[in-house]
Design a binder for this molecule. Structure first.
Ligand code: NOJ
Length: 557
């Protein structure tokens, strides 16, 4: 397979960067980030090697769920700019070789959306059936409430409507009824609209909830996966290279369904929540086995599918798929104070603060992320090692302003601090200590290191495309895996433990006389392999990537 083919399925080799326009860069000085500000920082992102931007919701919204409560799917929140600014941003990103995907939040609307206002006004409204109503509260498992701090039921009584309506998230986010063909038509129109403006794909919000229509009285029963298939085929008719990245936090066996049937005709990319949670358990225990188990259970059915790997996203760092005892271990290690935890299932912290600023350990964690089979996704600020601001409520603690400089407001905005959309981080991880400008000029900074790591990852297609295997090693804290692709193999070895070690890794098949090309060590050291095993010295939290085999002119440099 050649690079030409791999670029058709661009999402498999992408480096994704998630950001919220309102906390990235404030160009007009009103305290809120904007599209012009983002456009001005596209070169920064291109310079790091980001190949795909993921924009969190930027549409008009009362902002009761930070934009995940939309009142107009065809617009831009005026605080962030205009549709014209959006198009200018997309054009600039494309010019710098970047794709752009946006959040598609269509499980629910805001309760202030004109559709819901009309729907609740009368039973005969043409929009009534756009939402899901019931005269009584149907039987429901309690576990379905997503935000247990704010809601105790997924049904809310609406006085005006004289009925209950379904809302899997906050009660101000009524669920759309995707069993209604008119709703499905409208969703396709929304998708078509943004595709025409140049968007390359969608991060589809809350997919399992979006598909949950079964059992609702009066609803036409549909196979919810039909909806995803329809959407995929609609997108493919409009543009062949559009990608959907699904937010599906389910065990691996259920996750598979969302890739589609044998043809893989639903979403192309799925977040690997299970792998992420196992990484944290492994980090907490300094034991590679939970991670190894999760990777073994990660299965890809067809060639164009991929998992999206991440260490942090914009929500609470959910640990909901761990057992209570396992979750407690992670809490004890990385977020022991009640204020660091959320919903009894997650953490409100960013990685560097959880790892107590240990730069070697932080680098090891990102080296691991970028070596794992799948598409790496960064959350803004991870490249410079930003921490959280626990003074900001709930999940928003990690959505503080990007730290550009050590100046006022971290260089995010010239507005008075009291007018900022959110306060900047203070203290050890605040802008005085952690900012892009200083790290940009420091050859040893996390940012500089991350740029090199991303460059290496982009030049190592084996990781994005290859068949993967977990390798056996004789040290419990060492995780080793191998990816084989097009006759080449890459092996990555990570020491999750604090202690240095000498580890023996069983490599599997190795061609006679093969050498190891060290991919991260700038000296490009070559080590001899002793049979099919590799003996290595690793420092505490040490990491190495190797390519096996004799390099020829076809091997990336
Ligand atoms: C998942 C998003 O990641 C989260 O931020 C949001 O609150 C819910 N979906 C509801 O849209």
């Amino acid at each position: 397979m050649t690079t030409a083919r791999t670029s058709d399925l661009w999402w498999k080799s992408a480096i994704v960067y998630c950001l919220d326009v309102e906390t990235f860069l404030d160009w007009d000085g009103d305290g809120t980030g904007d599209l012009i500000g983002l456009t001005e920082r596209i070169d920064y992102l291109a310079g790091i090697g980001i190949s795909c931007l993921w924009l969190m919701p930027f549409q008009p919204s009362p902002n009761r769920d930070d934009g995940y409560d939309i009142t107009d799917y065809y617009g831009v929140d005026p605080r962030l700019g205009s549709l014209g600014d959006f198009v200018a941003m997309i054009r600039t990103a494309k010019d710098r070789g970047m794709r752009v995907i946006i959040d598609l939040v269509v499980n629910h609307t805001s309760d202030r959306h004109p559709w819901f206002r009309a729907a609740r006004s009368s039973r005969t409204s043409p929009f009534r059936d756009w939402y899901v109503w019931s005269d009584d509260i149907p039987e429901e498992p309690k576990a379905e409430v997503v935000f247990p701090d704010a809601e105790d039921s997924i049904w809310a009584w609406d006085e005006k409507a004289g009925q209950y309506y379904l809302h899997h998230f906050y009660s101000h986010q009524p669920d759309l009824n995707i069993a209604n063909p008119k709703v499905r038509e409208e969703l396709a129109r929304i998708v078509g609209f943004w595709l025409e403006l140049g968007v390359d794909g969608f991060r589809v919000d809350a997919v399992p909830f979006l598909l949950e229509t079964g059992g609702i009285a009066g609803n036409v029963e549909i196979d919810p996966h039909d909806f995803l298939r329809d959407l995929r085929s609609f997108m493919a008719r409009r543009r062949g290279d559009v990608m959907m990245l699904g937010e599906v936090n389910l065990p691996h066996k259920d996750l598979q369904l969302f890739f589609g049937g044998p043809d893989g005709d639903e979403v192309q990319l799925l977040f690997n929540f299970i792998l992420m949670q196992s990484i944290y358990l492994s980090l907490a225990r300094q034991d590679a086995r939970p991670l190894a188990k999760a990777l073994r259970e990660t299965v890809r059915k067809t060639d164009d599918q991929q998992y999206a790997n991440f260490l942090r996203n914009h929500d609470e760092l959910t640990l909901d798929k761990l057992t209570d005892a396992q979750r407690q271990e992670v809490f004890d290690a990385f977020g022991p104070e009640p204020d660091m935890q959320l919903f009894g299932r997650g953490l409100r912290r960013r990685l560097p603060s959880m790892l107590d600023g240990d730069e070697q350990r932080i680098r090891m964690a990102y080296s691991l992320l970028f070596s794992l089979p799948g598409t790496p996704v960064l959350f803004y600020g991870e490249e410079i090692g930003m921490g959280e601001n626990l003074a900001i409520e709930g999940r928003l603690s990690v959505r503080s302003p990007m730290q550009w400089t050590d100046e006022k407001n971290g260089g995010f905005s010239s507005a008075p601090p009291s007018r900022l959309r959110r306060p900047v981080v203070e203290g050890r991880f605040g802008p005085l200590a952690v900012n892009a400008a200083a790290q940009r000029r420091d050859p040893d900074s996390l940012l500089t290191w991350m740029e090199r790591l991303i460059r290496r990852r982009r030049e190592t297609p084996e990781l994005a495309w290859g068949a993967w295997h977990v390798l056996e090693s004789d040290v419990v804290g060492v995780f080793a895996h191998r990816c084989d692709w097009e006759g080449r193999s890459v092996v990555a070895v990570h020491n999750l433990g604090a202690d240095p070690c000498i580890v023996r890794v069983e490599l599997g098949d190795v061609p006679e006389g093969a050498t190891l090309d060290d991919l991260l060590d700038e000296r490009g050291a070559l080590d001899e392999i002793d049979g099919a095993a590799l003996e290595l010295k690793l420092g505490g939290y040490g990491y190495r990537w190797f390519r096996i085999g004799a390099a020829d002119q076809r091997t990336p440099p």
